[in-house]
Design a protein around this ligand. Structure first.
Ligand code: PMV
Length: 309
């Protein structure tokens, strides 16, 4: 094979971001926005036609490190805004890992790709959980560290932390994402929470509380209880705000949708990026987001994970 292509979806987090970095539970869902990579054998390495571009693409570099730096031409395209809290770098790592493995005739099973994509994310950020990369590889929905693991996909361990990744059926529910337009880097926000937790036992209590809220949320999802899930999402937003990862742009959008949604919260790393609302009135929520300067994205759930194109 001389050329291989793969794509992988972005994701949003219903509950549990940041706390999941410390081994707490989380729920994430793939969205119908994808990152696509095409790779071809070549006599040098290029990215979108540029030579010497690897320093600007550390996720690609990290995956290439594992595969002995083959000479390949790489092209990328994506409709996931970067720095938006929607998992664009995880989708890049997942789709690139799958494409390179296909080209080199190496295994492309989900566990191998998910673990390689997580290593790439971790090596770039220096901190973080395997939630985003696992959600992108598996697609649909995932539950991390559910109390009674059903449909266990794979386990990832690092230091003291263990993450059991399970497939999750999310019942028919309508979510609308609101992108603030403000890009935010995940690594520094995760690091900020880690430092806060290290210095302050109160921050540790907040992280524990996010874990409890997320477990209740997993139960509400199972029962299809939108009212309960929405309340828990709003509560989670408050807890994340206390951790210092919300901001005026996010709070403005979360407030704007409160009359038309069961609940709303920031999603992903925060600091800008995106929020998400659970609603039966997606048009009204979208309008409220637009009127406050955000970009609404209505989410279609049931999106497949990484795949050959
Ligand atoms: O903003 P994103 O899409 O990179 O999501 C980050 C999710 C965190 O829980 C904040 C970090 C992590 O590694 O799980």
């Amino acid at each position: 094979m001389k050329t291989a292509s793969a794509s992988a979806p972005g994701k949003f987090v219903i509950l549990g971001e940041h706390a999941v970095v410390f081994g707490k539970p989380a729920v994430a869902v793939a969205i119908d926005r994808r990152f696509k990579c095409t790779v071809s054998k070549s006599d040098r390495v290029t990215i979108n036609g540029e030579e010497n571009a690897l320093a600007l693409h550390p996720h690609i570099l990290s995956v290439l490190d594992v595969h002995g730096h083959p000479y390949i031409e790489i092209t990328t395209e994506s409709d996931i805004p970067s720095g938006s809290g929607l998992g664009s770098s995880a989708a890049l790592a997942a789709s690139f890992s799958f494409a390179v493995r296909s080209l080199l005739g190496e295994p492309t099973d989900s566990e191998a790709v998910a673990k390689e994509a997580y290593e790439a994310e971790y090596s770039v950020q220096g901190i973080g959980s395997p939630m985003d990369t696992s959600a992108s590889v598996h697609g649909m929905g995932i539950a991390v560290n559910a109390p009674e693991p059903e449909n266990l996909l794979w386990r990832v361990e690092r230091g003291k932390n263990v993450w059991d990744i399970c497939g999750l059926d999310v019942p028919e529910m309508t979510f609308v994402i609101g992108y603030t337009g403000k890009k935010a880097l995940t690594g520094p926000l995760v690091e900020k929470v880690r430092r806060y937790k290290e210095r302050n036992s109160f921050a540790k209590d907040i992280i524990d509380e996010i874990g409890t809220v997320t477990l209740e949320g997993m139960d509400a999802i199972k029962k299809g209880d939108r009212v309960k899930l929405g309340d828990l999402m709003t509560k989670d937003h408050k807890l994340l705000s206390i951790l210092g990862v919300s901001g005026p742009e996010l709070n403005k959008l979360v407030d704007a949708v409160s009359d038309y949604s069961y609940g709303a919260k920031l999603t992903g790393a925060g600091g800008g990026g995106s929020m998400v609302a659970l609603t039966d009135e997606p048009e009204k929520v979208s309008k409220a987001i637009s009127s406050r300067g955000g970009t609404p994205i209505t989410v279609k759930t049931g999106e497949p994970g990484v795949r050959a194109e």
